[in-house]
Design a protein around this ligand. Structure first.
Ligand code: SAM
Length: 348
C-alpha cells in the first residue's frame, strides 16, 4: 500500500544508484573543449583534424554556468569526482574561473587531464582556483618519437617543465599517462619507467584503444598491459598492489625495492566495463555512458529551454537506469569499425 509513496519520496541519489548491470554512478568527465593544440596521430590525426576542420562554435559549447549547474546536479546523485578533459582543457579561455566554480561544490574531488603544454604557465592559477590534482599525458622522453606522435613538433622538455610546475604548485599526486602503440613508442616504455621511478609521480601505461572512427585501430597495434609489466619487471622487479578503490581503472604494480609504483590501463585486453562508474558530458552538453558510444543524450537542450533541476535530474536518472553498455568486453575487430564518437569531443 505504502509503496507508491515510498517511491515518490526516495532521494535522487537512491533513484539513480544503479544501472541495468548494477553499476553506481560515481565519476563525471566533462569535456570543456573539442580543440587541442596537439595533433596526436592516434587521437586527432591531421588528415581529419586539419586546417579546414569545423570545430564547435563558441555558442555551441556549454558555458561555465551550465557546466557548474550540471556538476551540482550530478553531485546530488552521489558523484564524487569530476575530471575536466577535452580536447585540451587548458586551451579553454579562463578555465580557472570554471575550476573556481566547481571547487565551490562541497565534497567534489576535482581533477584535470592535460597534455602539459600550458601547465608551466597555468599550474599556480589552477591550484589557487581549487584544482586538486592533474594527470599529464606524455608518450615518450625521446623528442623524435614524441614529436612524431604529437605531430606539432612539441618538445619533451616543455612537458617536463609543466610537470615540475604542477608539482611545485602542489597539484599532486601527479599521474603521467603514456599511450603505447606498437611500432611507434614501445621502446620508450623502459626509459619512461626509469625516469619516473623515484619521482613520486605515478606513471600509467594505456593500451592503445579503438576510440573514434579516425585512428585506424588494429589489434596488432596494441602492446598489452601484460607485455608492458613483463618488460619493466625484467629490469626493475614489480609486484601487484591492491587497488585504491573498487572500479579503479589502472591496475597497480609497485617496485619491489619500494621505489614507487606504476599503473597499467588494460582497457583492451582486460576490459573493466563491469566496474565502470563513469558518465561523460561532451563539449556541447551531451551525456554519454560509454567512451565508445555512438550517440548521447542532449542535456544542453534541457538547460537552454529552461528545464528545472528536477527535470534535468529525471533525464539523467532515466539515461543511467537504462544503461547496459559494456563495449570493451564485447570488442571485436568488427565492432572496432563501428561509427563512434571522437575522443577529443567526448573527452578522454
Ligand atoms: N588533451 C588532454 C591530454 O592530452 O591528456 C586530454 C584529452 S586526451 C583525449 C586524454 C587521454 O586520452 C590522453 O592521455 C591520451 O593519450 C588518451 N588517448 C587518446 N586517444 C587514445 C587512444 N586511441 N587510445 C588510448 N588512449 C588515448
Amino acid at each position: 500500500m505504502n509503496e507508491p509513496h515510498l517511491t515518490k519520496v526516495a532521494s535522487p541519489s537512491s533513484a539513480l544508484s544503479r544501472d541495468r548491470l548494477g553499476r553506481p554512478l560515481r565519476d563525471l568527465r566533462i569535456s570543456v573543449t573539442d580543440r587541442c593544440n596537439f595533433r596526436c596521430v592516434y587521437c586527432m590525426p591531421k588528415e581529419v583534424f586539419g586546417n579546414d576542420y569545423q570545430f564547435l562554435e563558441r555558442k555551441e559549447l556549454l558555458n561555465f554556468e551550465e557546466i557548474a549547474r550540471l556538476a551540482r546536479i550530478f553531485r546530488e546523485f552521489g558523484i564524487e569526482k569530476v575530471r575536466l578533459t577535452g580536447g585540451e582543457p587548458l586551451v579553454r579561455r579562463k578555465i580557472e574561473q570554471l575550476i573556481a566554480m566547481l571547487a565551490a561544490i562541497p565534497g567534489l574531488d576535482l581533477t584535470l587531464t592535460t597534455n602539459g603544454s600550458l601547465l608551466q604557465k597555468k599550474a599556480r592559477a589552477l591550484k589557487d582556483a581549487g584544482l586538486k590534482r592533474v594527470t599529464v599525458s606524455l608518450d615518450s622522453l625521446d623528442d623524435a618519437v614524441f614529436m612524431r606522435m604529437n605531430d606539432v613538433d612539441f618538445p619533451v622538455t616543455r612537458v617536463l617543465e609543466g610537470i615540475d610546475a604542477a608539482a611545485a604548485a602542489g597539484l599532486a599526486p601527479i599521474k603521467i599517462n603514456m599511450v603505447v602503440k606498437r611500432g611507434v613508442n614501445e621502446h620508450s616504455i623502459l626509459p619512461m619507467a626509469r625516469f619516473f621511478r623515484q619521482s613520486g609521480h605515478i606513471l600509467r601505461f594505456i593500451e592503445y584503444m579503438d576510440v573514434g572512427s579516425t585512428n585506424g585501430w588494429r589489434m596488432d597495434d596494441v602492446v598489452t598491459a601484460r607485455e608492458i609489466v613483463g618488460m619493466i619487471s625484467a629490469e626493475m622487479p614489480l609486484e601487484p598492489a591492491d587497488p585504491n578503490y573498487r572500479g579503479e581503472v589502472a591496475e597497480r604494480w609497485r617496485y619491489k625495492d619500494g621505489s614507487g609504483e606504476i599503473g597499467v590501463i588494460a582497457s583492451v585486453t582486460q576490459a573493466f566495463c563491469r566496474d565502470c562508474t563513469r558518465a561523460r558530458i561532451s563539449t556541447e552538453g551531451k551525456l554519454y555512458t560509454c567512451l565508445f558510444a555512438a550517440d548521447g543524450h542532449d542535456l544542453r537542450q534541457l538547460l537552454r529551454k529552461g528545464a528545472s533541476d528536477h527535470d534535468i535530474r529525471d533525464a539523467i536518472s532515466a539515461v543511467w537506469s537504462r544503461r547496459g553498455d559494456r563495449y570493451s568486453e564485447i570488442r571485436t575487430a568488427e565492432t572496432a569499425k563501428l561509427e563512434k564518437i571522437e575522443m577529443s569531443y567526448i573527452g578522454g
